[in-house]
Design a binder for this molecule. Structure first.
Ligand code: NAD
Length: 471
């Protein structure tokens, strides 16, 4: 049984002032594996005060000083990849393959931010006017449970590259990963107060960050509902906000796509991170004339995505993070059936033999219309909707007929045509022929998928304010 009682404030591990104790549950077994003491408003205010003190010096740091700190953080996280991966598998149920990839990406993001910082001019001359890009101030970094360590790394890397100091509010469901993360920050020997971490509830620690006048900016990754409340409540203190929210990403299969690669890719993109991924391609748009072929290809391929013990390297889909999330996914599967969609694979209930944990069956619906609930709302589980279209124009129309605009995918043999289609999609990122990543490329959403961008120079600029001096 693990017990976590500390936060990280002003360069030291400190006992929680907040007294609420929460169980840590292993989602693969449903069993309690530990307890975490959650922080309160007082813990948060102490962390903000430490970050404010550190800002006085760090806010005037040079690029070289910031680069050194980013490199130290990279080394500290890279040294703990095994431990961070193990914690993500145990407390979140992330598959070991996905967990390792995303944790390695988290270590790498510090070097990507360093490269972006070197490329970003922080001083610009416009005639006789000098414009400098100044750190926004103390930042509140709020992250969700689905890739908590990666988001912590990504947000901190951009904030520190910009000369800001930070208070993290990780997901309260990620306390084992956060504990390892605290040890990484400590090992990196950062100046005191640069990075403070308080684990606690959103409506307690998160709300204090949003309300506190000493916090200049909130960078948030999470649900649309909480994103909206942060924008609304942050207005009182004129918070700058970056909001990375949900998605319902289309994956357009063009009629020249090779199904031998496009269908395994489509299932991988849909079931990414056990379906608990904001970028997951959960609406597969298929040309009507190839629908039967696609259905057969899905039936033939789905066995290659086994559900089970996330620690097993062969497992492709692990459990949902919590019982609540399990119930939420089940309710969407029921809703899809009620609304007349046809279950091609999976369906309601636990997979056989996996009744103890929060496992769901990877599910594919066909005969889905884009106005059905399962095609409109983010399910955040391994549920794929197959929607038929007439021609490329129809596919683009359906792809854009959504409140979201985080990610999209286009699969096809003719790359020029795929690019033309991609250029018409209203989404922050569009990947052609597969799941691709580039840590210098901006990530973020159109419409309800968010406000602002993360990563590369775009991510650093989000933590800067322009100051012009005129002569
Ligand atoms: P959530 O919005 O419930 O919680 C996210 C974080 O916000 C948690 O740390 C939570 O404690 C905190 N929070 C909750 N209420 C708050 C409040 N009132 N004030 C301040 N903070 C508060 O989301 P979740 O369930 O943890 O994560 C799933 C959601 O995250 C999905 O909707 C998913 O699409 C989204 N997500 C988006 C991205 C992206 O980059 N766009 C990435 C991953 C997840």
């Amino acid at each position: 049984m693990k017990t976590i009682t500390q936060h990280y404030v002003d360069g030291a591990f400190v006992e929680s002032h907040g007294r609420e104790v929460m169980d840590i549950v292993n989602p693969s077994t449903g069993k309690v594996i530990g307890r975490v003491t959650l922080g309160d408003e007082e813990d948060t205010r102490r962390a903000i005060a430490a970050a404010k003190r550190a800002l006085a010096t760090y806010g005037r740091s040079t690029k070289e000083e910031r680069a050194k700190i980013l490199r130290r953080l990279h080394e500290a996280v890279a040294a703990r990849i095994d431990d961070l991966t193990a914690a993500m598998v145990e407390e979140y149920g992330g598959t070991s393959t996905f967990s390792r990839i995303i944790i390695e990406a988290g270590a790498k993001v510090f070097l990507s931010a360093e490269k972006a910082l070197q490329e970003l001019p922080l001083t610009r001359n416009l005639g006789k006017t000098t414009v400098t890009l100044e750190p926004a101030g103390v930042c509140g970094l709020i992250t969700p449970w689905n890739a908590n360590s990666f988001f912590l790394c990504a947000k901190l890397a951009s904030a520190l590259a910009a000369g800001c100091t930070a208070v993290h509010k990780p997901s309260e469901l990620s306390s084992l990963q956060t504990q390892v993360w605290l040890e990484c920050i400590h090992e990196a020997k950062l100046p005191k107060g640069l990075c403070n971490v308080v684990t606690g509830r959103g409506n307690v620690v998160g709300a204090e960050l949003v309300r506190n006048p000493d916090v200049a900016k909130i960078s948030f990754t999470g649900s649309v509902a909480v994103g909206k409340s942060i924008m609304r409540d942050g207005a009182a203190t004129m918070k700058r906000v970056t909001l990375e929210l949900g998605g319902k990403s289309p994956n357009i299969l063009l009629d020249d796509a090779d199904l031998k690669t496009a269908i395994p890719n489509a299932l991988m993109i849909a079931f990414l991170n056990s379906g608990q991924a904001c970028a997951a391609g959960t609406r597969l748009l298929v040309p009507k004339r190839r629908l039967d072929e696609v259905k057969q290809a899905i039936k033939d391929t789905i066995a290659a995505f086994p559900t089970g013990d996330p620690a097993d390297s062969k497992t492709a889909v692990g459990p949902m993070v919590s019982r609540t999330q399990y119930e939420r996914v089940q309710s969407y599967i029921r809703k899809g059936i009620e609304e007349g969609a046809e279950v091609l694979a999976g369906g309601e209930g636990h997979p056989q033999g996996l009744e103890d944990g929060f496992f769901v069956k990877p599910t594919v619906f066909v005969n889905v219309r884009n106005d059905m609930t399962i095609a409109r709302e983010e399910i955040f589980g391994p549920v794929l909707c197959v929607i038929a279209y007439d021609d490329d124009e129809d596919a683009i129309r359906i792809a854009n007929d959504t409140d979201f605009g985080l990610h999209a995918f286009v699969s096809g043999a003719d790359i020029q045509r795929a690019r033309r289609v991609a250029s018409r999609i209203l989404a922050g990122r569009i990947a052609i022929n597969g799941m691709l990543d580039d840590q210098q490329a901006p990530f973020g959403g159109f419409k309800h998928s968010g406000v602002g961008r993360e990563f590369g120079t775009y991510g650093i600029e989000a933590f800067l304010e322009a100051r012009a001096i005129l002569e």
